[in-house]
Design a protein around this ligand. Structure first.
Ligand SMILES: [Fe+2]
Length: 255
């Protein structure tokens, strides 16, 4: 299924630019850092601004009505745009998530064979929109219901007009043999943070007044480690990819 999906995205007009941006990276060095930091890496400028500007334009094409706001006291206050809407309206963002170059790069970083998650998974790819004062998310892991160390998260900074909101990470939190490693990052446009969802405890600190922060986040899963119980559903996706094209994936998913 992934091979077919890869062929589809190879035809995207963005893949050459994504591949070129990744080709200049010192993957061996980044992989060492990734391991040393408890399966966590931050790359301040992964994508060129020409691509980032297009990503920001796609983000701004979503009206307030298309951004689903959630407010759970002490847990999360922010907006979300799910991958179905992204696939329909934001071709570059969609291509990024499904980029074979990005999948190969992150597979190297993690020394795992990673795959895209099935299209029904809410965390497969989404825009996280922080646009009102106090928007935040509390400390959590991105295990996404998978077993430990099966799910990896990648987050691109797209819009970061904020002086107050940062993403804070804690690695080795439960490892009694070594000190906890803390990182606080500014997800500036074009930046990329990649980590093992069950190992990096993280939060987004509250947004200030009249600020705007949007991150594009997606999850890859170790091959063979998708959530159980979705096998039939996954086959449906496969059929959609093989016969009907990407749009059919989402139509089938939400029947
Ligand atoms: Fe998260």
């Amino acid at each position: 299924m992934v091979a077919v999906a890869d062929r589809l995205v190879e035809e995207s007009p963005y893949e050459a630019s994504i591949r070129a941006a990744l080709a200049v990276l010192d993957v061996e060095k980044l992989t060492r850092e990734f391991v040393e930091q408890g399966e966590w890496i931050f790359i301040p400028q992964l994508l060129p601004m020409s691509l980032v500007d297009q990503m920001a334009a796609e983000v701004r094409s979503f009206s307030d009505a298309e951004i689903h706001r959630v407010r759970v006291p002490f847990v999360r206050k922010a907006g979300t745009v799910g991958q179905v809407a992204i696939a329909r309206k934001a071709p570059l963002l969609s291509a990024l998530h499904r980029s074979p170059s990005l999948l190969a790069f992150t597979s190297k970083l993690s020394s795992q064979t990673l795959t895209i998650k099935n299209a029904r998974d809410a965390h497969a790819a989404a825009l996280y929109v922080y646009r009102r004062r106090g928007d935040h998310i509390g400390f959590h892991y991105d295990d996404c219901g998978c077993e430990d160390a099966a799910s990896y998260t990648g987050t691109f900074g797209v819009i970061n007009d904020t002086k107050t909101s940062r993403v804070e990470f804690q690695m080795f939190k439960n490892d009694k043999t070594r000190p906890m490693l803390e990182r606080s990052i500014n997800t500036t446009p074009g930046s990329f943070v990649f980590f093992c969802g069950s190992k990096a405890f993280h939060r987004v600190t509250p947004l200030g007044a009249n600020e705007d922060r949007v991150a594009y986040s997606f999850a890859y899963v170790r091959e063979g480690k998708r959530l159980r119980g979705f096998r039939r559903f996954t086959e449906n996706i496969s059929d959609a990819i093989l016969y009907f094209g990407p749009k059919a994936i989402f139509q089938k998913n939400y029947r």
